[in-house]
Design a protein around this ligand. Structure first.
Ligand SMILES: Cc1cc2nc3c(=O)[nH]c(=O)nc-3n(C[C@H](O)[C@H](O)[C@H](O)COP(=O)(O)OP(=O)(O)OC[C@H]3O[C@@H](n4cnc5c(N)ncnc54)[C@H](O)[C@@H]3O)c2cc1C
Length: 592
């Protein structure tokens, strides 16, 4: 395996990698492309013709679609061969998540099964549990669901009331409680259920078969979108769960739940790419067909702006998705050698990248909302018609900001987790910030005579990092441990971190592409517009933060430094966006 330099989670704030260190989607190998094509063919043959029927809440139809995908091998991508799967790399898993992401409700049902429904047992189950369940989940013989949320326990997931107590003969846990919003509830065979044993303060996890007496599934919820996916409440009335079905150790449930959510967030970040590509293809297809004022609407600058912006945001998110996926693969390889257990090594590696997982989740879901919204707008009145895929896409996209931890919770996680890791000494955030503080008034934009195009972009990114460090350091000094309660400032910091990670990933991808294929104007255009816009957004987030925490004396110095460090050279963004849109219009589909 190639050795690339990888950073720890959050370390991107203080360290740099070379373009050669990141994986880019252009590097997918033949096998990965074939797997993606299989998933795409499946959507064309089995999903798209059934979209309307499945939205009429026919649970059996969705179930049969899932089973067919299982027969094709699509459910075993993340599962090692010894448990009936294909043991594919994390990059490949993310590519499959991306490709199936274009499948509307099917994608939600499929991802819930393959991810949160299957992987807790693979990652935390013992050999017996893996053999009994994972082998059958990997083929679609069983369908899985994940039951964490309760009426009173959503974002505060550990506050659930579902309870388990040991039976007198010690052979069963007797489960009582109620779960809600459970994806695949209508037809799932195995449920990973989180409950507290006796009066424990933390959750434990159980594998519960839906056929056990006392498991009652409610009717499907009527939802805004993803109407084909079954979402229902599940009641547990004195359900006798064999003690062998305790997953992990007693009290380990909260850790399992959180780790699985990290995985879910990463996969969601990939999933939304597929949905966004579908919406962009629909957008450009319509814009190239619809005539107004005697012209195709794709000829209008206002429509070109929208098409270009859709492409830019997607391309940037995609760069970050595969960058972190490959970092996770590298860490998995290392941990597998160290600990021997593939399941545990996988989840340890995934959980390590908690900061990036939250970034992909928030940025990806908001990117898709933007793309889906503009897709409707490009279609005008037709976009509002239930006949059009873009109408479905618009409704379906909205859930991504809510599940797998709401975007509010994930934003807080981005800044909080990075700061905690830095405080633990995983990387030297505060030392670097001190150095910057010491030369605050001298900090300049660092422009060098004769710097190349890429050197200039990388300098901007280094400068943006300095702004973030100054904000974190200043906010920590002002609020101390109470910073976590200053959510507005935490959000300012998270916003900058997220945008920075995405843009740095984009810049590294463009640099790597140039090193292999030479300069291609359209990629520079994407980078130019991104960095130009980022400079304004960083300046705004930083100013909001600085004005919220800095003393009267410190404010001018800090604000001055932010201004100098946020400065970027102007570019003709109108022409850059037009070139990006023209490429899309010519290709008639997203082929960047
Ligand atoms: C279609 C669908 C499918 C789902 N599938 C599953 C599933 O398969 N399994 C499962 O277990 N769950 C599932 N969920 C549940 C989902 O994960 C929760 O809805 C989500 O975690 C939010 O919880 P909540 O709805 O209780 O909102 P709340 O937690 O009540 O949040 C309400 C608002 O308050 C904000 N908020 C809450 N706490 C804070 C805080 N500390 N700081 C700042 N803001 C805060 C939230 O961001 C949100 O804006 C699903 C939900 C839906 C809608």
């Amino acid at each position: 395996m190639e050795t690339r330099k990888t950073l720890k989670s959050g370390e991107f704030l203080v360290s740099e990698v070379e373009p050669g260190d990141v994986f880019i989607p252009e590097e997918f190998n033949e096998e990965q492309r074939m797997i993606a094509q299989t998933c795409k063919d499946f959507l064309d043959a089995e999903v798209y013709p059934n979209l309307e029927a499945v939205e009429k809440s026919d649970r059996q139809l969705m179930k049969s679609m899932l089973k067919k995908s299982g027969e094709l091998g699509m459910m075993g991508i993340s599962v090692p061969e010894e448990y009936g799967g294909f043991g594919q790399s994390f990059v490949t898993q993310m590519l499959v998540a991306e490709t199936t992401g274009a499948g509307y409700s099917f994608s939600v049902a499929y991802m819930a099964h393959c991810g949160i429904g299957t992987l807790p047992i693979l990652y935390y189950g013992n050999e017996d549990q893996r053999q009994r369940y994972v082998t059958r989940l990997a083929t679609g013989e069983l369908i899985g669901a994940y039951c964490l949320t309760e009426p009173g326990a959503g974002s505060d997931a550990n506050s659930g009331k579902t309870n388990a107590r040991l039976s007198e003969d010690g052979k069963h846990y007797i489960l009582n409680g109620q779960k809600m919003w459970i994806t695949n509830a209508g037809f799932a065979d195995t449920l990973v259920v989180f409950a507290k044993i006796d009066n424990d303060r933390v959750l434990s996890a159980f594998i519960v078969e839906s056929s056990y007496p006392g498991v009652v599934i409610g009717p499907d919820e009527h939802k805004m979108g993803i109407r084909g996916s079954s979402t229902a409440q599940i009641y547990f009335n004195d359900v006798m769960v064999p003690v062998e079905n305790l997953l992990g150790k007693r009290g380990e449930g909260f850790r399992i739940a959180l780790s699985i959510l990290h995985m879910g967030r990463l996969k969601l970040g990939a999933n939304v790419l597929g949905a966004a590509k579908k919406a962009i293809n629909d957008s450009v297809g319509y814009a190239n067909e619809r005539k107004q004022f005697g012209m195709f609407i794709s000829a209008f600058g206002a429509i070109k702006y929208k098409l270009a912006e859709q492409v830019i945001r997607l391309f940037a998110s995609e760069s970050a998705v595969y960058r972190v996926s490959n970092d996770i693969d590298s860490l998995m390889e290392k941990l597998k050698t160290d600990c021997g257990d593939k399941g545990r090594a996988s989840i340890e590696a995934i959980s390590h990248y908690a900061v990036e997982a939250a970034i992909l989740k928030v940025v990806g879901s908001e990117m898709l909302d933007f793309v889906a919204d503009e897709a409707v707008q490009i279609h005008g009145g037709m976009g509002y018609s239930a006949e059009m895929d873009v109408e479905r896409g618009y409704r379906d996209s909205r859930i991504n900001r809510i599940f797998e931890g709401t975007n509010e919770i994930n934003r807080l996680l981005v800044s909080d987790t990075a700061m905690k890791r830095a405080m633990k000494g995983e990387f030297d955030l505060f030392g670097e910030a001190e150095k910057l503080n010491a030369e605050l008034e001298k900090l300049s934009d660092g422009k060098q005579e004769g710097e190349s195009y890429m050197e200039e972009k990388m300098r901007y990114i280094r400068n943006f990092k300095k702004i973030i460090l100054l904000c974190i350091d200043g906010a920590m000094k002002q609020f101390g441990k109470g910073l976590v309660n200053e959510q507005e400032v935490m959000n300012n910091i998270a916003e900058m971190m997220m945008e920075l990670y995405i843009s740095e990933s984009l810049a590294l991808r463009v640099a790597k592409l140039e090193s292999v294929r030479g300069v291609q104007t359209v990629y520079r255009d994407i980078l130019d517009v991104s960095i130009y816009d980022l400079s304004d957004r960083i300046r705004k987030s930083a100013s909001d933060a600085v004005n919220s925490f800095a003393s009267e004396e410190a404010l001018p110095k800090l604000s001055g430094a932010v201004e100098r460090l946020a400065k970027v050279r102007g570019v003709n963004i109108k022409e850059a966006r037009r070139r990006i849109a023209n490429r899309l219009i010519e290709d008639q589909a997203y082929k960047f």
